[in-house]
Each structure stands twice: as structure tokens, then as C-alpha cells.
Design a protein around this ligand. Structure first.
Ligand code: CA
Ligand code: CA
Length: 291
């Protein structure tokens, strides 16, 4: 019986496509902003059920006997996937700034490039796998259509492309990379996930730095301090599991989660007005207020 893993960022669901919503969740925190999204994740699994350290380098992890390499992965990559932002809200009062489809706009994207660099299996009755990764990127696009996860891993178009996300004429909203330092005392790792070998349910976390995109100013907050003291822009937290929808499409798992990032000043005049502005308006508003 194959042990499945997910070091995924998320798994989501496109309700518009008639799929069941995932039980898991992904959040990105950026100061007072929280991005909640759904995602589907392709991940390398099956490091075995015997309790031990399995590997402590990218090459050694690639060569662990019996693993199931993430489908359609590039190079030593072990985690990649797609996501759709469900909402952006303010942490301070829970008010909504954006919800999927608002103003005819969707925020979808891809993440990938996370390479398992240290993997350990613990326990015997119910083994769990913990992975520490290096590398990793996340690109978010503003489009006029939601993603379609039913393409599965085969919907990937090159390393940083996906059918229905990057080939539909959208604009780059956010380009980000995972920053090293997610694990206290270990300065090199960018992503950490733990999952139960039999249920493939688990969670992961990482910190990201934004590089560019139309929402760069909004999320370049340097507000999320990782366990090694680095000031990152976004904190990613995900829980994941496998659902019928993800399995049917060939994904390893689906997840949802939040991304958090501090925003120096909360956009005003508040959620109601912003709902009408849409995201482009939101970014414009921020630039104006900064000026
Ligand atoms: Ca690998
Ligand atoms: Ca920054």
C-alpha cells in the first residue's frame, strides 16, 4: 500500500465546477490582511513507514527508494500546484476586501519549485512523515475566469504555466518566493510539512517574499517574522487531505489555507466601497494613499 504524502500548499476546489469543497484550508497572512485560498497539490509521496531519517539533501531525497515522485514535476521539485483565492479579508475586524469573482475578477495562480531536502518518518502504529524543503515560488494572476482543477497535473504548461491560469490573458498580481528560515535553528529550509502516512492529511507552512506584480505594494509588508528572525512579507499556512475530487483529477492532495501579511495601513474606505472597486481599484487606492 502506497503511503501518500502531501507537502502541499493547498487543495482547493472550484465550486463553480461542481466539486466538493475541501475540508482543509490554506491561509496567507500579511499583517492585517488574510488571503484564504483553495489549492490542488502534486507532491512526492511514499518515503516509507519505517521510522528513520530518510534523507538530508536534495539529491539523497530524490534517490530514496520507493518514492512516488510528484506528477509532472520539474527537476528535483517535490511540491507544486495551483490555487484560487477565495477571499481577502482584514484580520483586525474580519471584514471582506475581496471575494472570488467579485467584479468579474479572479485571483488564481501556481506554486512550485519546493524540493524535499530533509525527510524524516516517525512512529510505528501510525507513521507520520515530516519534510523540510528548499526553494519554492508562487505566482498569482488576476484573470476573468476561475481555475479548473480537473485538468489535474497534466494541465501544467511548462514549469510556471498552467492551462486556464497563465494562458488566458491575465495580469501578474503577485510574484513571490519562499524565504529560507521556516524552521527554528535551521536557516536553510523554506517549507515544512507533516502528514499522516495513511490518511495523507497534514499541514505545512512557509514564509514568502514578494518580488513584483500589481499587488506588490500592498503585500510587500516585511511584517512576518520567521523563526530565524527574518522579516518576510507573507506567512503561508495550509492543511491538506485527499478528497475524491483531487484524486480523480490525479492530484496528490487538495488543501486550502491562508496567507497572511501585514499591511502598513489598512485600505479604506472600508470593505463595502472596496467591493465595488475590485482589486485593481484596491491597488490603485493604496498607491494614492501612499503618495
Ligand atoms: Ca526531490
Ligand atoms: Ca519584502
Amino acid at each position: 500500500m502506497n503511503v501518500k504524502k502531501i507537502s502541499g500548499i493547498a487543495a482547493g476546489v472550484a465550486l463553480a465546477f461542481g466539486m466538493m469543497a475541501p475540508a482543509s484550508a490554506v491561509t496567507l497572512t500579511a499583517g492585517d490582511l488574510k488571503i484564504t485560498f483553495n489549492a490542488f497539490d502534486a507532491g512526492t509521496v511514499n518515503y516509507g513507514n519505517s521510522a528513520s531519517v530518510k534523507c538530508t539533501s536534495v539529491v539523497a531525497c530524490d534517490n530514496v527508494a520507493g518514492i512516488n515522485k510528484a506528477p509532472n514535476s520539474f527537476g528535483s521539485e517535490d511540491t507544486w500546484g495551483i490555487f484560487s483565492v477565495q477571499s481577502i479579508s482584514k484580520v483586525s475586524d474580519g471584514s471582506a476586501i475581496y471575494t472570488a469573482g467579485q467584479g468579474g475578477k479572479f485571483l488564481t495562480g501556481m506554486f512550485g519549485g519546493i524540493m524535499d531536502t530533509a525527510v524524516e518518518v516517525a512512529g510505528s502504529l501510525s507513521p507520520t512523515t515530516t519534510t523540510f524543503g528548499t526553494g519554492g515560488w508562487l505566482n498569482m494572476y488576476e484573470t476573468t475566469t476561475n481555475y479548473d482543477s480537473s485538468f489535474g497535473p497534466s494541465g501544467r504548461l511548462g514549469e510556471k504555466g498552467y492551462n486556464g491560469i497563465t494562458n488566458v490573458g491575465g495580469t501578474l498580481a503577485l510574484e513571490a518566493v519562499f524565504g529560507a528560515g521556516v524552521s527554528g535553528g535551521n536557516t536553510e529550509y523554506t517549507y515544512n510539512s507533516t502528514f499522516n502516512n495513511s490518511t495523507i492529511g497534514g499541514n505545512g507552512l512557509g514564509y514568502l517574499d514578494v518580488l513584483s506584480g500589481s499587488l506588490y505594494d500592498l503585500f510587500n509588508t516585511n511584517s512576518q517574522i520567521d523563526p530565524n528572525g527574518n522579516a518576510r512579507d507573507l506567512f503561508l499556512k495550509t492543511t491538506f487531505s485527499q478528497t475524491g475530487a483531487s484524486a480523480a483529477a490525479g492530484w496528490t492532495v487538495d488543501a486550502s489555507g491562508d496567507v497572511l501579511g501585514e499591511v502598513g495601513e489598512v485600505p479604506e474606505p472600508g470593505s463595502v466601497a472596496l467591493l465595488g472597486l475590485g482589486l485593481a481599484g484596491l491597488a490603485t487606492l493604496r498607491r494614492r494613499r501612499r503618495a
